[in-house]
Design a protein around this ligand. Structure first.
Ligand SMILES: [Zn+2]
Length: 335
C-alpha cells in the first residue's frame, strides 16, 4: 500500500476530521516531526523484551516517550505490546526490534485506550499494512469517541509538537480476556479483570494483560506501576481486588509494566498497598466528616506512604487527585 492509499484508508477508518490538524489537503505537505533517538531494548527472557522509558511524563526532550513498549520474538514473528504514543516512537521500536531479529511483526496488542499505549499503531500499519491490532472492545469505543485526537493534541502540546504527523490508527481485532493465542511456538494468554461490582475496572475498563507462560512473563500495561499519574478512569476497589487475585495467580512471574522498571509480584503488592492505604483512610475520614483536603496530610503520614509511595514520581503533584477520585468512588458506593 502506498502512502496515498494508506492515508485514504485511515481517513475512512477514523473520519476525515482526525486528519485535519496534521495533514494539509495535499499529502505532499505532510508535516512530520523528526525521528526520536533510539532507546535500547532490555531482554527479560529468551523471547521477551521491553524498552524502558526513563521519564514518567511526556516532555519535548523525550519526544513524548514515557511508557514502556514490549515485544515477544516467536518462531513465526514478533508480537508487539504497546506500540508507543506516536508514529516516531513506533518507528523507534521497529528499529530496536530489527537489532534483535529480522522476523516480521505479526501482531500488535494495545493494552488500553490511553494514547501512549496505542497511537504508535500508525508506524506498524505503515510497515505491515495487514498486521492485526488487538484491543478490548472498550478501547475501540473510546477511540470512536475521540480518544485519538484528545491524546494527540495533549502530546503535541506538552512535547512541543514532537508527535506531529501521527495518524490516529485504531485497532482492528477484538480481545475480551480469556483467549489463548498461539503464535508459532509461543502461547499467549490474555487477561482482563472481570468484576461487575466494580465495572470491570482496574486502571480502566479496557485493560488487557498478556501472559507468556513458557517465559514466566506477564505484560501488565498500566494496571500496576510505581508512579502516580491517572486514577480518573479506574477503580480503587477493582484495583485492590485485582492485585490480590493476581499476586496469587502470577507468583514466580516477572511483570513488565507500562511505566517504570520490571519486577516480580511485589509490583502488584505495592499497588495494592498504595490503593488500599488511600481507600481505607478515605472511608474512615469520610465517615468522620473530613474533606479531601483535610484527609491528605493524614494519608501522607501513613507508613507505606512515607516509606514507599513518597518516592514515586507524581507523589507531590498528584496524590491529592487520587484522594478526590477515591472520595467520589466512596460516595457512589453508598448508593
Ligand atoms: Zn494508562
Amino acid at each position: 500500500m502506498d502512502r496515498r492509499e494508506f492515508i485514504r484508508m485511515m481517513g475512512l477508518a477514523v473520519g476525515a476530521t482526525a486528519l485535519t490538524p496534521l495533514y494539509a489537503a495535499d499529502e505532499d505537505m505532510v508535516v512530520k516531526a523528526p525521528p526520536m533517538p533510539d532507546v535500547p531494548a532490555t531482554q527479560l527472557s529468551e523471547k521477551c523484551w521491553y524498552i524502558r522509558a526513563k521519564d514518567p511524563e511526556p516532555t519535548p526532550e523525550n519526544h513524548g516517550f514515557f511508557s514502556n513498549p514490549g515485544f515477544i520474538v516467536t518462531s513465526e514473528g514478533v508480537v508487539v505490546l504497546e506500540p508507543g504514543g506516536s508514529v516516531q516512537i513506533g518507528e523507534m521500536i521497529l528499529r530496536q526490534i530489527r537489532k534483535v531479529t529480522d522476523k516480521p511483526v505479526v501482531m500488535v496488542i494495545n493494552t488500553h485506550y490511553h494514547g501512549d499505549h496505542w497511537l504508535g499503531n500508525h508506524a506498524f500499519v505503515e510497515a505491515y499494512p495487514d498486521v492485526p491490532i488487538y484491543a478490548h472492545p472498550a478501547t475501540f469505543q473510546k477511540i470512536k469517541d475521540g480518544a485519538g485526537d484528545f491524546w494527540l493534541n495533549f502530546f503535541n502540546r506538552v512535547t512541543n509538537n514532537a508527535v506531529m504527523g501521527t495518524i490516529v490508527t485504531p485497532p482492528n481485532k477484538v480481545l475480551k480476556g480469556g483467549e489463548v493465542l498461539k503464535v508459532g511456538d509461543t502461547e499467549l494468554r490474555i487477561h482482563h479483570y472481570s468484576n461487575p461490582d466494580y465495572e470491570d475496572r482496574v486502571h480502566t475498563e479496557s485493560d488487557l494483560m498478556v501472559e507468556v507462560p513458557d517465559q514466566k512473563i506477564v505484560y501488565i500495561g498500566d494496571v500496576a506501576m510505581r508512579r502516580i499519574a491517572n486514577a480518573a478512569d479506574g477503580s480503587f476497589r477493582g484495583t485492590i481486588d485485582a492485585m490480590q487475585r493476581w499476586q496469587k495467580q502470577f507468583a514466580g512471574y516477572t511483570l513488565s509494566p507500562g511505566h517504570g522498571h520490571h519486577d516480580d509480584i511485589q509490583l502488584f503488592k505495592d499497588q495494592e498497598l498504595f490503593f488500599k492505604t488511600i481507600w481505607d483512610n478515605v472511608a474512615k475520614y469520610y465517615e468522620e466528616g473530613l474533606s479531601p483536603f483535610e484527609m491528605k496530610p493524614k494519608i501522607m503520614a501513613e507508613p507505606f506512604m512515607q516509606q514507599v509511595a513518597s518516592k514515586w514520581p507524581g507523589y507531590q503533584s498528584t496524590l491529592g487527585k487520587f484522594i478526590s477520585v477515591a472520595v467520589q468512588e466512596y460516595e457512589s458506593s453508598m448508593f
